[in-house]
Design a protein around this ligand. Sequence first.
Ligand code: NAD
Length: 344
Amino acid sequence: ESAPVVPAEALRDEYDKLVADVRRYRFAYYNEAESLVSDAEFDLLFRRLEEIEALHPELVSNDSPTQEVGGEVSAAFAAVQHTSQMYSLEDVFSLEELEAWVAKASANAEKLAAGLLAVRPLRWLTELKIDGLAVNLLYRNGTLVRAATRGDGITGEDITHNVLTIKEVPRQLHGENLPEEVEVRGEVFIASEDFIALNEQMVAAGRAPFANPRNSAAGSLRQKDPAETAKRPLSMLVHGIGARTGLEVGSQSEAYALLKAWGLPTSPYFKVFSSYPEILDYISHYGENRHGLLHEIDGIVIKIDDFAVQNALGFTSRVPRWAVAYKYPPEEVHTKLLDILVNV
Ligand code: NAD
């Protein structure tokens, strides 16, 4: 069957409006810690943008939102260059899409890293997708010298003083043979219990409660005065490394073991699997238990564990080709729909 033909001009208008909306929502989200639409609505708009671009590649420009890591650097903070780029993640919204993604990544790995796979079959690291904001920690010889937001992935905002107020973030790593330099990436968030307590305090003080833990964490971390940040119950978990000098490490899971030994906060929830059904079990387990966790999640992240295979697959301008985020069916949409139904 053939898709209905949309007049080029109408499609162009829809496309331009989508680009403008996505930019506006991203700015509010990353720079003002505010959601003008739900994440599920945002994801739908982004999907539609990708769909139109797939049909009309001639529309895609280098500064399309699909080609960039969302977020910019606000003038309120000093800009810092990440040593190696920070990326976003490709999303999938159903198990069918996930299966297709895993098949594609496996085939790519077979093609680009056959030699490696002959020695070590593919392994998948699965972990929770923490609903917080990405931060890059730079350690030199074990000392934290800088912390920055992701920004546009290349340039972030210097929030070192604010990050130093987070109790889990070590100023000094411990251990011997610490690398000359390493970028540690992770997520800053407010734990579910702390968020409830924080909102109780806000209400008791006669102030409006925060809408959700993610935006409250983002707003708290990007305060101009670190003393304000220090009053907020921020936490951090690390989920990757960027540039490194003087560090030999073969896989994501090995890196987590090292980071943990150095005193960095790694997630208690990650697992390494060698088969697809195990990934599915992990997804269904956390789908059923997503609210009893330390922090809010907006999905599951699946990564190829082996760094050599990761390197062989590489990145697009926006996302790694060796990792994917599976998003659970949105809950917000259901409640919104229910609200609408109740109010009719
Ligand atoms: P993303 O949140 O979909 O995924 C990339 C990020 O996930 C990484 O930068 C990383 O910091 C984070 N992450 C969390 N746990 C991780 C883990 N275990 N391993 C690796 N990374 C992990 O990407 P994005 O580009 O930052 O944002 C897009 C998402 O943000 C959208 O899907 C939407 O849900 C939300 N958003 C919402 C609005 C809105 O208006 N509501 C606007 C913009 C973005």
